[in-house]
Design a protein around this ligand. Structure first.
Ligand SMILES: [Cu+2]
Length: 290
């Protein structure tokens, strides 16, 4: 820097430029420090998961790995492509009025083969890992501890707990939500739950972001999945298929509790008379209630 400042002819302009660069660098480091000091441990965790909520089920880990690694792969491709663009812009920029357009490569077979094959390789790798993790997420156990029949109906959810064979409860019970009453779904931590999803009207979709999983609820189709909640707490659930006018009302709260609390909650439902299985209403005839 000292050498530059000694040049007599341009020293004033250069010193100003050096000062501007230094000022720029200083403000970038101050704002970075301020930004980072504002981050809590939770923010740092969320940053590491690239925005995904903390995993609360045994199936979420694989989805998290796929999500983060896909972004890393996309980032590497992005950096490579941006690097090539910046290199070409700088290397072949117009320096004088006499500069000619650089040699243009057309019908370069090796290059065309490369940029045809490279995307296929990228898609192939992503496809392989997506299928592997999808199989892991959709895997079923021969004898799940609990079965819950979930109905997504316009405009809420019904949860039917099939617990007649469970000595701690002794009967099937249900909980139903309405457009003004957000229903609760209780799950026992550490125990496998089998979900059967059904709809009497239109396509909904069952989603609990903390479980990193969603599955469509389709009329006439028996979709099902299993999972084991791994973390106690209250988690948000929602319909994630735009199903109609009051789609936004289709929320539910997931309470992951100890198996004892779970049984106690279900007994509470039985005490309120909510026993048996609540069959979903059939769709209303045309011109009827919407
Ligand atoms: Cu819906």
């Amino acid at each position: 820097m000292g050498g530059i400042e000694k040049l007599p002819a341009t020293s004033g302009r250069l010193t100003r430029r050096v000062r501007a660069v230094r000022l720029g660098l200083a403000s970038v480091s101050v704002s970075t420090a301020l930004l980072l000091s504002g981050c809590s441990a939770g923010d740092v965790g969320a940053l590491k998961r690239l925005g995904l909520p903390e995993a609360a089920s045994d199936r979420a880990e694989g989805v998290h790995t796929l999500w983060v690694n896909t972004w890393i792969a996309a980032g590497l491709v992005g950096v490579f492509v941006w690097g090539l663009i910046i290199w070409a812009v700088v290397r072949y920029r117009k320096r004088t009025d006499n500069d000619q357009v650089p040699p243009q490569n057309r019908y370069n077979l090796p290059m065309e083969v490369l940029y045809t094959l490279a995307p296929f390789v990228i898609i192939g790798v992503l496809f392989y890992y997506t299928i592997a993790i999808q199989n892991q997420v959709l895997a079923k156990t021969p004898d799940p501890a609990h079965t819950i029949n979930v109905t997504g109906q316009k405009w809420s959810w019904t949860f039917n707990y099939k617990e007649a064979d469970n000595p701690a409860v002794g009967t099937d019970v249900y909980e139903v939500g309405t457009i003004v009453k957000t229903p609760d779904l209780y799950l026992p931590v550490g125990e496998t739950v089998h979900f059967n999803l059904g709809s009497p009207d239109v396509i909904h979709s069952f989603w609990v972001p903390a479980f990193a999983f969603k599955l469509d609820v389709i009329p006439g189709r028996a979709n099902n999945f299993e999972m084991t909640p791994t973390k106690e707490g209250v988690f948000a659930g929602k319909c994630t298929e735009f199903c109609g006018t009051y789609h936004s009302a289709m929320l539910f709260n997931v309470h992951v509790v100890s198996p004892e609390e779970y049984a106690a909650y279900l007994k509470g439902l039985a005490a309120k008379g909510q026993t048996g299985e609540l069959q979903a209403r059939l769709p209303q005839p045309e011109g009827g209630e919407r």
